[in-house]
Write a protein that binds this ligand. Structure first.
Ligand code: ATP
Length: 362
């Protein structure tokens, strides 16, 4: 890629070590202009380090970070066309909302006129639905409102890239969901690139155009949310993104039959031939259908319901299957053929389409 790149952000073989700790290892990443990308992964996988290298708060140990096609080596954080919203908001508690939001503009050189600053602050506060809150002190604002102030402060500079480090972590679930929708709407309206760090897979799937799944300092999968969910690259992604039932199995010599741990066979004939040997099957909870035993289903697996979790529109069942362990099944209440819920201790039959199972090397 050259300076004509359409990528807003690019990582070229980027590694970052802190002494003996390798936080990020040989990352290559391209984020198109105007994309909403989520860096998703467990604690310590290197998400924040990546974000901080884009923001200029850390320098790569090796490799290059480019923004808008330009290498950022040696470019200070405040000189980058980037702004960051921190998890702890980092607001000035003794300033009011307006003063917090306008802080960066007041420091700008050449100077920006006072009416222009007021106009831009008002515009930024409107964007985050805080119009009229300008004179409030920070300690008079709720957690969600403080988050919006932090967001307005980052947007007021009109950055081309907005970096968000777990920005919704401190909010309650309802507010978080509302803010997710708002952030997504805002990103579409502004058309600027958003890079979100989160360990919340629902947040990553629901908000972003691209999910970058990380583990142990590396990118494991970079794809659209649906692809990450439907076609996880490996068992780590299948487990981390969404819920997964795992089954140990062996591919038989014909490459088309799987022998499960309980001795039963499963035909996967439609698939391209698999090399014989041990594999792990991953099956989403919603890919399994649960039937009452008295229904005339020639189901593959029979078991006993151990737990039932009522979730409103759906129900989660934990089913103990002889020889195969516990299975999690999500049943949409309106799709269930039974009028009543299946009770714990009831014997049930589980069926699934073998095509829905992901097969990974054991
Ligand atoms: P979390 O979700 O917990 O914030 P993360 O995925 O953002 O985690 P990073 O903060 O990027 O992870 O950290 C990656 C690794 O680098 C971790 O092992 C962490 O302990 C280590 N690390 C991060 N910053 C430093 C530092 N300043 N000094 C030493 N080690 C660090």
């Amino acid at each position: 890629m050259t300076s004509h790149s359409v990528n807003d952000i690019e990582f070229r073989s980027v590694s970052k070590s802190y002494g003996a700790v390798t936080a990020v290892s040989d990352i290559n990443l391209q984020v198109p202009k105007g994309a909403f990308v989520a860096l998703l992964g467990p604690s310590g996988c290197g998400k924040t380090t990546c974000l901080r290298m884009i923001g200029g708060f850390e320098q790569p140990t090796t490799g290059d970070v480019l923004i808008n096609g330009k290498p950022m080596n040696g470019v200070q954080a405040h000189q980058r066309p980037v702004n960051m919203v921190f998890q702890q908001y980092a607001l000035f508690p003794h300033f009011n909302v307006e003063q917090n939001v306008s802080y960066g503009l007041r420091q700008a050189r050449p100077k920006i006129s006072a009416p222009e600053i007021s106009r831009r602050v008002a515009e930024a506060l409107e964007m985050v639905r805080l119009g009229g809150f300008g004179k409030r002190r920070i300690h008079e604002m709720s957690g969600g409102q403080q988050q919006r102030v932090a967001l307005a402060r980052a947007l007021v500079n009109k950055p081309s890239v907005l970096l968000l480090d777990e920005p919704l972590a401190a909010l309650d679930k309802k507010l978080r969901t509302a803010m997710q929708i708002e952030l997504q709407t805002l990103q579409r309206e502004l058309g600027i690139t958003f890079v979100l760090v989160t360990h919340d897979q629902e947040e990553a799937l629901s908000m972003s155009d691209l999910v970058c799944v990380m583990n142990a300092g590396r990118i494991v999968q970079l794809a659209a949310p649906q692809e990450v969910y439907d076609k996880p690259r490996d068992l780590f992604v299948a487990d981390f993104v969404g819920k997964t039932n795992r089954m140990a199995a062996t591919v038989e010599a014909d490459g088309a039959t799987l022998r499960l741990a309980d001795g039963s066979a499963l035909s996967i004939g439609e698939r391209s031939a698999l090399p014989p040997g041990a594999v792990t099957l991953a099956l989403r909870p919603e890919a399994i259908t649960l039937h009452r035993q008295n229904q005339s289903i020639s189901g593959r697996l029979s078991g006993v319901v151990t737990h039932r979790i009522f979730l409103g529109s759906s129900v989660e069942y934990s089913v103990s299957v002889n020889g195969l362990g516990n299975f999690l099944i999500t049943a949409d209440r309106h799709v269930l053929s039974e009028s009543s819920l299946v009770e714990p201790n009831e014997r049930v039959v589980l069926s699934f389409n073998p095509d829905a199972a992901h097969i990974f090397p054991a």
